[in-house]
Write a protein that binds this ligand. Structure first.
Ligand code: PPS
Length: 318
């Protein structure tokens, strides 16, 4: 067993992560940040985006920022959306996590109304939003756990501070056990699904955003208390397709992931952005194992995730 871990983990995990209350956490999200996060002073007009990693967080952040700017794309020029929204549990300097300042410092200094991001499970989130009666607004985005796994696997290979698993098979077993960075998908998603009808919660699915982005933009705008014209909604949607974001240095995270952090190899944060890529990775046996777990965990929740694209995505519709 690796020191500090309650079960055996691959060497790459022991080198880059630690375990806190049963959850594997990357060192770039140090315990000193998690402690600050738990006691973070929430303001009633805060807007949080909370997700399990690789679920469309950056996409949601881009939409929230453009909605805040009333669709004025020029306001993002020269800035990066990820620099505008503090990632609460993250260090500032990914290359030096043990000595780096924390992004939560900046969050505390930001003027209201703030937009703030976290990937944490409810037991790690600020006390005021981690209960069934959150005291500020939370946009939660969920993506089907199979595509999420594939995206996370690639992300782990893309950025140096994440564990670089020796193979998909090794990663898969860890993911199945809820022992990849940030823990179990189910522990992250299900509490927010349960709260989905709370007025301070908007629960969206990545797959629905792919199918009908303008509707998602309208829902987020309404949640943010913004009334936008159809033209503005179209403009925001067009600027927020996978292709548009990949081509925009203000929204593609590649433009702020420094060579010191990226493992390169022609990889990109904006990888595929599709539904169903998991089929290229899950073996039949892995799929059976995952489905067994999925059925057990989802039983009685009423949450249905979409694992296959049912219709071709036609961005020209808007
Ligand atoms: S992170 O690092 O946890 O914040 O990653 P996150 O932003 O949550 O998720 C990254 C995945 O989201 C895809 N993405 C998009 N898909 C469709 N449309 C748009 N506009 C979009 N923007 C980001 C991104 O490509 C990652 O998914 P994969 O499957 O790896 O391509």
């Amino acid at each position: 067993m690796n020191a500090g871990f309650s079960a055996k983990v691959p060497a790459c995990v022991a080198e880059t992560c630690y375990e806190h209350e049963g959850v594997i956490v990357p060192n770039i999200m140090p315990l000193r940040a998690l402690k600050r996060l738990r006691n973070f002073a929430v303001r009633p007009d805060d807007l949080f985006v909370v997700t399990y990693p690789k679920s469309g967080t950056t996409w949601a952040e881009h939409l929230m920022m453009l909605i805040r700017f009333n669709g004025n794309l020029n306001k993002l020029e020269g800035k990066h959306v990820l620099k505008l929204i503090p990632f609460l549990e993250h260090v500032k300097d990914l290359a030096n996590p043990s000595t780096s300042a924390l992004q939560i410092d900046r969050a505390e200094r930001l003027k209201s109304p703030r937009i703030l991001k976290s990937h944490c499970h409810p037991p790690f989130l600020p006390l005021d939003i981690s209960t069934d009666d959150p005291k500020a607004k939370v946009l939660y985005v969920a993506r089907n756990p199979k595509d999420t796994a594939v995206s996370l696997y690639h992300f782990c290979h893309y950025v140096g501070p994440m564990p670089s698993y020796e193979s998909w098979d090794v990663f898969f077993e860890e993911y199945l056990a809820g022992r990849t960075p940030q823990g179990s998908w189910f522990d992250n998603v299900l509490p927010w699904w349960r709260r989905r009808n709370h007025p301070n919660v908007l629960f969206l699915k990545y797959e629905d955003m792919i199918k009908d982005l303008p509707t998602a933009v309208r829902q987020i705008a309404h949640f943010m208390g913004k009334s936008l014209s159809d033209d503005v909604i179209k403009r925001i949607s067009r600027a927020s397709t996978f292709k548009a974001m990949k081509n925009n240095p203000s929204s593609n995270p590649d433009s702020i992931i420094s060579p010191a952090i990226s493992r390169g190899n022609n990889q990109s944060f904006m990888r595929k952005g599709i539904i169903g890529d998991w089929k290229n990775y899950f073996t039949a046996d892995q799929n059976r194992k995952f489905d067994e777990l999925y059925e057990k965990k989802m039983a009685g929740t009423g949450l249905v995730m979409q694992f296959e694209a049912k219709a071709p995505f036609i961005p020209s519709l808007y």
